[in-house]
Design a protein around this ligand. Structure first.
Ligand code: A5A
Ligand code: ZN
Length: 475
């Protein structure tokens, strides 16, 4: 089996997740996939880091999967958004249930009835919790492993409660900052948009999203934060006694990330040889390969390789020694496919000169260092991560184009992310979406230097505007 070139992105992605033992897509239910051991290890590293970031200011909780129909059917907007997407549990054995149950599509309706009981006074606020769970959404768009699932297995959802609208607004900002930090450590690039009203989270006041650009030019939403205002608090009667001793409705936010973060990691960093993984998240960080030629110096080589392995392990590095009988070429191939960031080779020449050969997964250049340099490897590793980050951001920026007319947008649609002037009006937005067959990602926030654009005219109605919107075909 050979990995297709990454230029055929969709075939490449489907093959690599199987060949690198991330997911098995042969599970006999549409939209449900199996995490394989290597994929699960990668998931553990990525989610371990995400949880560490959240643990700074959140408490972890675990709510039930089943939500009673009576709670689910309370918030009108939320129901409208999700009722076509939920799975129902209607029977226990042969008995029809008195109150039907939904499999959570997200956990507002599971959590908020409990928040009503937990929140009493301003002293209980802010309340900040998160959980990492599976959720179920009966998705009707094309399902794909890690990208669009009917069982999202790795849904990190955080939910917060505050005593003022400003606090909630501030929490959304903190959530975005946290997600930026998370994606920065994954060396993944993103742009931040305020979603248009017609595409916000059902029941929210507004939604802020992080989008990245996949190698085929389509964007992937890799995280969202929602300011819920007191919409849900009114529905679920979440009130608190404020400092003046009056009862007030609480303000809420929620924000989520799914295994799409791993889809982006694989898709954006990977290459024709396989996975490329930032060092801290690699299930195997270093592979040590003894290079034997006609058994020359075999004992010394094996001893040296084992010693290097032990040193790496005492440095806290996840390292393996490949002492299989395979040819070196076959070993290289195997570990490159798995995205092992560092390869160390020891052969007869290295024994003779007291050196080791090292190559990094991105550049694949072989460099020779004296043995005593082994401990300085960590510095090189930082450079490796920086290279991945830099390349990924350059790729993102090279897929962003600015267009001044709807005609040009139509021509360019599907080839990356298009920025335009938009008045913010729904009519103009919908016209663009319909005619160019793109999604309007919303107002671009945090315009970095590379994306600074002067005010101009809405490409539909011609009204002067400083608002820049993103357009793209999306996953
Ligand atoms: N309660 C809030 C957090 C919520 O549900 N938000 S959300 O609907 O926007 O989902 C959060 C994130 O999960 C999305 O930004 C998207 O990245 C991811 N996601 C949503 N549906 C998904 C699906 N079917 N498959 C994979 N990821 C999905
Ligand atoms: Zn307009």
């Amino acid at each position: 089996m050979k990995l297709p070139p990454k230029s055929s992105f969709s075939e490449w992605f489907n093959e690599i997740i199987f060949m690198a033992e991330i997911m098995d897509v042969r599970y006999p239910v549409k939209g449900l996939y199996v995490w394989m051991p290597f994929g699960f290890k990668l998931r553990r590293e990525v989610y371990g880091h995400l949880k560490d970031l959240l643990d700074r200011e959140h408490d972890e909780v675990l709510f039930p999967l089943l939500v009673p129909e009576s709670e689910f059917m309370k918030e009108a907007e939320h129901i409208k958004g999700f009722e076509d997407e939920v799975y129902w549990v209607t029977h226990g054995g042969k008995d029809e249930l008195d109150i039907k149950l939904v499999l959570r599509p997200t956990s507002e309706t599971a959590m908020y009835p409990m928040f009503k009981l937990w929140v009493r006074t301003h002293a209980d606020l802010p309340l900040r919790v998160y959980q990492v769970v599976n959720i179920f959404r009966y998705e009707t768009k094309h399902t794909r492993p890690l990208i669009r699932l009917r069982e999202v297995t790795s849904f990190k959802e955080a939910h917060t409660v505050h005593s003022s609208y400003e606090d909630a607004e501030n929490q959304v900002k903190k959530a975005i900052a946290l997600y930026k930090e998370f994606y920065d450590s994954l060396c993944l690039p993103y742009l931040i948009f305020k979603r248009p009203d017609w595409d916000k989270f059902p029941g929210a006041d507004y939604t802020i999203a992080l989008d990245t650009i996949m190698p085929d030019g389509r964007t992937l939403q890799i995280g969202t934060a929602h300011n819920l205002g007191n919409n849900f608090a009114k529905t679920y009667d979440i009130t608190f006694e404020n400092v003046k001793g009056e009862m007030e409705y609480a303000y809420q936010t929620c924000y989520g990330i799914s295994e799409r973060c791993i889809a982006a990691l694989i898709a954006i960093h990977g290459d024709d040889r396989g996975l490329v993984i930032p060092f801290r998240f690699a299930p195997i960080q270093v592979v040590v390969i003894p290079v034997l030629y006609k058994d020359k110096d075999k004992i010394q080589i094996m001893e040296r390789a084992t010693k290097i392995l032990d040193t790496l392990k005492t440095m806290g590095i996840r390292a393996v020694l490949d002492d299989s009988e395979d040819r070196p070429g076959a070993k290289y191939y195997r570990w490159e496919l798995k995205g092992v960031p560092v390869r160390i080779e020891i052969g007869a020449r290295e024994i003779e000169h007291n050196t080791f050969v090292v190559s990094f997964r991105d550049e694949m250049k072989k460099e020779t260092y004296p043995l005593k340099e082994l401990e300085n490897l960590l510095k090189k590793i930082e450079e490796y991560d920086s290279r991945l980050r830099k390349k990924a951001w350059e790729n993102l920026y090279s897929s962003v184009i600015f267009q001044k007319t709807l005609e040009d947008v139509k021509k360019q649609a599907g080839e990356g992310l298009i920025l335009i002037h938009w008045c913010g009006g729904e009519d103009c937005g919908e016209k663009i979406e319909d005619e160019a067959e793109v999604s309007l990602l919303g107002e671009l926030l945090e315009k970095t230097e590379d994306l600074e654009i002067e005010p101009g005219k809405c490409i539909v109605c011609g009204k002067e505007t400083a608002l820049i919107a993103g357009l793209a075909r999306t996953y």
